[in-house]
Design a protein around this ligand. Structure first.
Ligand code: ARG
Length: 466
């Protein structure tokens, strides 16, 4: 057994903790990352305690000075941990009290249960803001490429089979809109994160005249908990954030998968910049899309963080249980993973060279315009099902060697030369002009709409920060 080494809860114990307990129990190695949030929370708490008369102004000021000193030690790496520092909360309080005797009063009316929930909320709020910044940069990179793509077009795919040609800008914008939904989910998660739980105590509030609204205001929380039990037990905001990050990771994975295909010799649709690709240690000719592959791989890890966390909390009775200490590592890892993946993917996307000649060649098979041909007949009054059958039969005859599709179309009395002209490269996709369609005029207004959406999202994100 270890000796009792000044654990904050030592009073009730005659013996010190076992080594294995300490190793399993201590969260300081990973939760020290929240030292700013912990110290900010304590600043607000002691300020409130002085407001309601539980601390003198001199005691409050002494504690605030000590909190500044501890923050500086944490920031410059000079903080020396004690073996009794179980977590960031005990570490800060222990050190403040060494520096300032009034530190013994700073935990008045507070539990680590409301404290840790508040710290994680403050940390998550800041992390979401940082992820949003890189998400916006990623969207800008895709948008810039879409704007430069001009009238370039490529095959659109279903089942990874060539389906109908679409403009390159349209394809890139599809990824932009996916990421907009991630922005939306993160903003939503942020709203539910932004609730103060300080004052909930261990689980039941306090008999002391605390003012949770004052603490909330000092920490710029726009809302306050309604129920102390829910206040300390709620980790929904962690799950919400993990889901939003996982979905972002899944989107980056799908984009990554396309870039991997497009960079292959077989597709040859993109050339990767040297700075954002890697070589092979053995095969001199290789240039590999590692960033895109890692984006694809990291999505699995993000999914693991989300499901692992949900499994940890699913059976917990109210209120705080130590299982909840398992919220931080998946959350920190997910934030780090998404942020870094976004940064790397942003660099990769903004330095891509599109081989629009290869794209156009692949998209110029006359068969790709078969649907447009049927639609041309519909415009002349033919029922669609009949038009589908007519074109289908011509396709079958062309594939059977009776002649080229354009020649068969030109010679067919129901179609003729005007219809055959639709099969020229780049003609059919340009005719798709309905809302949200892949032709150039529709894409012009879509670019406009997306720019507006991005601007609006930036404003929404900015309005939440002080
Ligand atoms: N280190 C703990 C956590 O991360 C802090 C809360 C501990 N509370 C308690 N009563 N043991 O969840």
């Amino acid at each position: 057994m270890n000796e009792i080494r000044g654990q904050l809860w030592h009073g009730r114990f005659a013996e010190g903790p076992a080594e294995a307990l300490q190793q399993l129990n201590d969260s300081f190695p990973f939760d020290r990352r929240m030292y700013r949030e912990d110290i900010d929370g304590s600043r607000a708490h002691v300020t409130m305690l002085a407001q309601v008369g539980l601390l003198s102004d001199a005691e409050r000021d002494g504690i605030l000075v000590a909190l500044d000193a501890v923050e500086a030690e944490m920031a410059d790496g000079s903080f020396v941990a004690a073996s009794s520092d179980e977590d960031i909360h005990t570490a800060v309080e222990r050190r403040v009290t060494e520096l300032e005797p009034a530190g013994a009063k700073m935990h008045t009316g507070r539990s680590r249960n409301d404290q840790v929930a508040s710290d994680v909320r403050l940390w998550t709020r800041r992390a979401i803001d940082e992820v949003l910044d890189v998400l916006f940069r990623m969207q800008e990179a895709l948008l810039a490429q879409a704007e430069q793509a001009g009238d370039a077009f490529l095959p659109g795919y279903t089942h990874l089979q060539q389906a109908q040609p679409v403009s390159l800008a349209h394809h890139l914008l599809a990824h932009c809109w996916m990421l907009s939904r991630d922005v939306d989910r993160l903003l939503d998660a942020r709203r539910r994160t932004d609730v103060s739980v300080l004052g909930a105590g261990a689980l039941a509030g306090s008999s002391l005249p605390l003012n949770p609204h004052a603490t909330a205001a000092l920490l710029d929380y726009p809302a306050v908990f309604d129920n102390s039990l829910d206040g300390v037990a709620d980790r929904d905001f962690v799950a919400d954030t993990l889901y939003a990050l996982t979905m972002t990771g899944v989107h980056l994975s799908r984009l990554g998968e396309e870039l991997i295909l497009w960079a292959s010799t077989e597709f040859g649709f993109v050339e990767l910049d040297d700075a954002f690709s890697t070589g092979s240690s053995m095969m001199p000719q290789k240039k590999n899309p590692d960033i895109a592959e890692l984006a694809r791989g990291k999505a699995g890890r993000l999914l693991g963080n989300l499901t692992g966390f949900l499994a940890s909390v699913k059976g917990l009775p109210l209120t705080y249980n130590k299982d909840m200490q398992e919220d931080k590592e998946p959350l920190f890892d997910a934030v780090d993973t998404v942020r870094l993946t976004l940064l790397a993917m942003e660099g990769m996307v903004s330095t891509l060279t599109f081989r629009t000649d290869r794209m156009a060649k692949q998209a110029s098979s006359p068969y790709a315009a078969a649907t447009d041909l049927a639609e041309w007949m519909v415009a002349q009054g033919t029922p669609f099902r009949e038009a589908h059958a007519v074109v289908g039969e011509l396709v079958r005859r062309a594939l059977g060697g009776e002649g080229s599709l354009p020649a068969l179309v030109a010679a067919d009395e129901r179609l003729g030369p005007e219809a055959a002209a639709l099969l020229e490269p780049g003609v059919s996709f340009a005719r798709r002009a309905t809302h949200g369609a892949g032709g150039p005029t529709a894409v012009e207004s879509q670019l406009e709409r997306f720019r507006g959406r991005l601007e609006l999202d930036r404003q929404r994100a900015a309005s939440l920060r002080m």
